[in-house]
Design a protein around this ligand. Sequence first.
Ligand code: SAH
Ligand code: SF4
Length: 395
Amino acid sequence: MTADAPITQDFLTVPRKMPEGKRNLVGLPRAAFRAALIEAGTPEKQAKMREAQLWQWIYQRGVRDFAAMTNLSKAYRAQLAEDFVIEIPEIVSKQVSADGTRKYLMRIAGGHEVETVYIPEEGRGTLCISSQVGCTLTCSFCHTGTQKLVRNLTAAEIVGQVMAARDDLDDWPKPGEGMGERPRLVSNIVLMGMGEPLYNFENVRDAMKIAMDGEGISLSRRRITLSTSGVVPEIARCAEEIGCLMAVSFHATTDEVRDKLVPINRKWNIATLLEALRAYPRLSNSERITFEYVMLKGVNDSDADARRLLKLIAGIPAKINLIPFNEWPGAPYERSDWSRIEAFADIIYKAGYAAPIRTPRGEDIMAACGQLKSATERAGKRRAEIEAEAGIATP
Ligand code: SAH
Ligand code: SF4
């Protein structure tokens, strides 16, 4: 990261320089990667080829040890090991739900921990990754929102969650096996774990570019979905610089209610948000925007809400993802009744939109949406702080 990089909230990110002065190759954008090789003595003429070879070892084969990179000369392998490391977050614990969902606790530099969730589905598998330790925002229904922002993740830590999960799932091609010979277990990525990805823009972008690169993790941009609470100025930038699919935590149909649920709405309200979303499909050449809508009993789940929602999103290619509220200890809301969720879905569906109800996955291990919070991070926002922000009266 350079000093003159645009300011988002990356200032909390630790520098990429590793202990003993070795640099981590993971997470470096292509130009920086090549520059690092040249700086460490790789002849300029060879740098492009070496870069391609290394990317394939690191991101397509999952190799972490330079000594195993057999198409490089022994001397060059030794030279690389002098200057570089290939380092990703370490899985410190894993919980497997009755439904097959896996929740990983991953340790990153500084002793911090983040959660990553793998959700196996018929014919595909989605990895839900984190972009920050904690979150600066205070959405009143979200467990992560009760945890202070500790720091932004580096690009290495973001793409590294994908690599660590692939290690655990044994999802790398075997030696001698071609790319794409076996179906991939991690076939989709969603940035829906801890944190607000658009408040860590550069690192999320660099990591996702590696995830989409043909010599990187090689996932199509249509298999990557970034979820934002509505950081409006970064939405167009996301279309232009990342180009993945966009999901938005919409959750309410009036500014009055959205101000309480998603307090960033006070900065960028529904009208401003919708304007940015309207431009997104054209800018990113992508299809539908996913509107996430958490179903909270008696708060945002009426028929009138469903109809208002339809009016608001008219003209935007959209899919509406209804999320039954996932409870967490001390949460100030309840999940809408199932019949209410179905009635809401029905109104949306009859208007011609896909309105899938997201089946809660991994609830038994607290791995469902919005339940993530690293228990080891004691720094918490005070309850009163959150309630005051959200304008919820404490009984
Ligand atoms: N910070 C980003 C991405 C992480 S949250 C964002 O807010 O979009 C991923 C999704 O889970 C968001 O739509 C979020 O609003 C939703 N969510 C948070 N807490 C939840 C809960 N307790 N139950 C159901 N969904 C929740
Ligand atoms: Fe942060 Fe997203 Fe949770 Fe809001 S819903 S507090 S933006 S992680």
